[in-house]
Design a protein around this ligand. Structure first.
Ligand code: AMP
Length: 145
């Protein structure tokens, strides 16, 4: 998928937003949805998406949507740190297939990092255990300010 293509409403995050497939949600408001990545690159890998925008990538996003996504990413990262005590975290955001993007609905990854735990490759991690994922989501939710 190139950087320049129409928004495809059948992408997996659009289906999650429409409630057509399940997601392990952390929190949401009118503007954003924050949920667990089911193929986590590390424990506590979270995704932040807009509920209102059809931006596929960073070049297409409206300024007000980007502001909401950035604020949500920061708020969630703080909760992830409080809940899971990583030694660091990475914010990742991929644009276009050649840029590593696989789902073409703009999103930010929050990936907790520990020095002694190697990061699983992007798009190479196995599926998480659902009960463990729900428990992690609950811990992050409980740590939200
Ligand atoms: P990207 O490659 O940056 O487009 O990231 C897409 C992310 O979505 C990957 O990290 C996938 O593991 C994740 N993902 C794919 N399908 C689902 C799903 N049904 N629920 C949660 N995360 C998903």
């Amino acid at each position: 998928m190139t950087l320049h293509a129409p928004y495809d409403p059948s992408n997996i995050f659009a289906k999650i937003l429409r409630g057509e497939i399940p997601a392990v949600k952390v929190w949401e408001d009118d503007a954003v949805l924050v949920f667990m990545d089911v193929f986590p690159q590390s424990e506590g890998h979270v995704l932040v998406i807009s509920k209102t925008s059809q931006a596929r990538n960073l070049l297409e996003v409206e300024p007000e949507t980007l502001a909401a996504l950035t604020a949500a990413t920061r708020r969630t990262a703080a909760a992830v740190v409080k809940a899971l005590s990583p030694e660091g975290f990475s914010i990742m955001q991929f644009n276009g297939e050649a840029g590593g993007q696989t789902v073409f609905h703009l999103h930010f990854h929050i990936i907790p990092r520990w020095a002694d735990r190697p990061l699983k490759g992007h798009g190479q991690a196995g599926m998480a255990d659902m009960d463990a994922l729900k428990a992690t989501a609950e811990r992050i939710r409980a740590a939200l300010a």
